[in-house]
Design a protein around this ligand. Structure first.
Ligand code: G3H
Ligand code: 13P
Ligand code: ZN
Length: 308
């Protein structure tokens, strides 16, 4: 199947109340794992590549690998999405390389500046069928004991979200509701601002995106630590919280950290288990298989399994 825009994938998820994983990849093994998992679960997928990924692998290389895999799995609806594009130049690099979806992340700028940049990107992308994601609010955990004013300063403002969606014409929105990137998301209980999420959904109606959605799965994290790694204090978004987020309107669930932990946990185990091994395939192969397991589990949780 040719790569399609993420809008095509997410509109169905929005209509039918499920979410699709946007899985980050920087190399061949992760891309193969994402497609293999999608094939086993009969799930649509969004491949997320950051500016760092484009720099590491090369945007043409990433595109070629994704295109090759998409041709090899013609039944799987797949989009190639620029994750956290920071400016028009990065977006144009992705567009020229063949990406079918982009995120412009200007949420750290004042509202008007964010809107201006986002409108510019929509103007460039929509005429050529590329979907656009933008973000409102800041991605960081918010403790229970902070004041209302502090919460409001960090998390999405639902009225602003409504205005932003109307004025910009974006296809999906990432509202900050209390998650953060990486393995250390919460000091205490994993709590997200679902009241805010519900309001944003009610006022915009479009597909919503949860960044920083990794769960830091217990088995993979244990393995990582058992073989010399350190993830002390790591905490992700538990599966039941993710399910609630989907119920209240999240349709795209960004996942990078969980795949990183799984891959490196297995690399650690394999290296420790065979100290004279010099064939990288013997190390990366099992790591790739472990990433497939983690992705499949998430597809089931998000409800994207069996949608193809
Ligand atoms: O949200 C960011 C993703 O985890 C990508 O991270 O910029 O290190 O590639 P990266
Ligand atoms: P995690 O760090 O929770 O995997 O989030 C990834 C992400 O939001 C990519 O955009
Ligand atoms: Zn993100």
């Amino acid at each position: 199947m040719p790569l399609i825009s993420a809008k095509a994938i997410l509109d169905d998820a929005n209509k039918n109340g499920y979410a699709v994983g946007a899985f980050n990849a920087n190399n061949m093994e992760f891309l193969q794992a994402i497609f293999a998992a999608a094939d086993s679960e009969k799930s649509p997928i969004i491949i997320a590549a950051s500016e760092g990924a484009m720099k590491y692998a090369g945007q043409e290389m990433l595109y070629s690998m994704v295109k090759t895999l998409s041709d090899a799995y013609p039944q799987i609806p797949a989009a190639l999405h620029l994750d956290h594009g920071s400016n028009i130049k990065a977006v144009m690099t992705a567009v020229k390389a063949g990406f079918t979806s982009v995120m412009i992340d200007a949420s750290h700028f004042p509202y008007e500046e964010n809107l201006k940049m986002t409108k510019q990107i929509v103007g460039v992308c929509h005429p050529v069928g590329i979907s656009v994601e933008a973000e409102l609010g800041r991605l960081q955990g918010v403790e229970d004991n902070v004041s209302v004013a502090e919460r409001d300063a960090v998390l999405v403002n639902p009225a602003e979200a409504h205005d932003f969606v109307e004025s910009s014409g974006i296809d999906f929105l990432a509202p900050a509701i209390g998650t953060s990137h990486g393995a250390f998301k919460f000091k205490g209980e994993a709590k997200l601002d679902f009241e805010r999420l519900k309001k944003v959904k009610e006022l915009t109606g479009i597909p919503l995106v949860l960044h920083g959605a990794s769960s830091v799965p217990e088995a993979a994290s244990k393995k990582f630590e058992e073989f010399g790694g350190d993830l002390k204090g790591a905490k992700g978004v538990p599966f039941d919280v993710l399910k609630e987020a989907v119920k209240f309107g999240i349709n795209k669930v960004n996942t990078d950290t969980d795949l990183r932990i799984a891959f490196l946990a297995k690399v650690r185990e394999s290296v420790a288990g065979d100290k004279s091994q010099i064939d990288p395939r013997k190390i990366f192969g099992p790591a790739r298989d472990y990433v497939i397991e983690v992705i499949r589990e998430r597809m089931k949780v998000l409800g994207s399994s069996g949608r193809v």
